[in-house]
Write a protein that binds this ligand. Sequence first.
Ligand code: BTN
Length: 250
Amino acid sequence: MFAVMFKNSIWYNLHETESTNSFLHEKLMSEKLPEGSVVTADYQTKGRGQRGSSWQSEAGKNLLMSIVVYPEFLKVTEAFMLSKCVALAACDLLSVYSNKVQIKWPNDILIDGKKVAGILIENILRGSEIYASIVGIGINFNQQLFEKELYAATSVFMDTGFKADTQINAVKLHENIEVNYQMLQQKKFAEIDQLYLSHLYKLNETALFKDADGQFQGKIKGLSSMGLLIVERENGEKHLYDVKEIALIR
Ligand code: BTN
């Protein structure tokens, strides 16, 4: 599909910045950047992750990128659709290197069950409307060592032995996001949902979860229209979870 939505986008390629998301945020405080404008960096001194975590990435090894979009056509309740589009764009990019790419709800990207990329979308609201969304993506391409964390991390190089050019991948990812963003603007929600589910890690597979009441076995059955996770317990009961309420252990 040919998309022209980001045709006026401006690119900032930085050697070092605190966080590419923060950089765009600051810029947007003083000017309205063209839609699709991008910042990439070789290194972030204060890279940010989901739920207040930090995002660590060795200098010059990985893709660190943020893009601004203005999805005024989306209701706040539909905001998760943007997250799905970005996750799918990252999957398409990584599918060139591996056929084991999946999305772990809500938007971690895995290769062979290990986290290879993370997405942090920050919405700037005007009243109750989304004025702008800053879409931040970190993809591990060439890093080979990761600090021990709760989840296993990987990189494209660790999985495939292939050293990729991060800047070429930034351009490709930008194109993929533009194509999916056009699909979003056309409100092709059913198509986006179907693609997202086809990539969803552990869909319909028995897995071990943890919620406020402890660990339990269950199966992911899909997502609600608001993006909540639907998990079926062994007794057949289905529960809806927000991201802070459940962890998928294995
Ligand atoms: C996660 O916790 O999985 C989300 C990580 C998002 C990291 C990216 S790297 C580029 C952009 N700038 C940031 O500070 N964070 C995002």
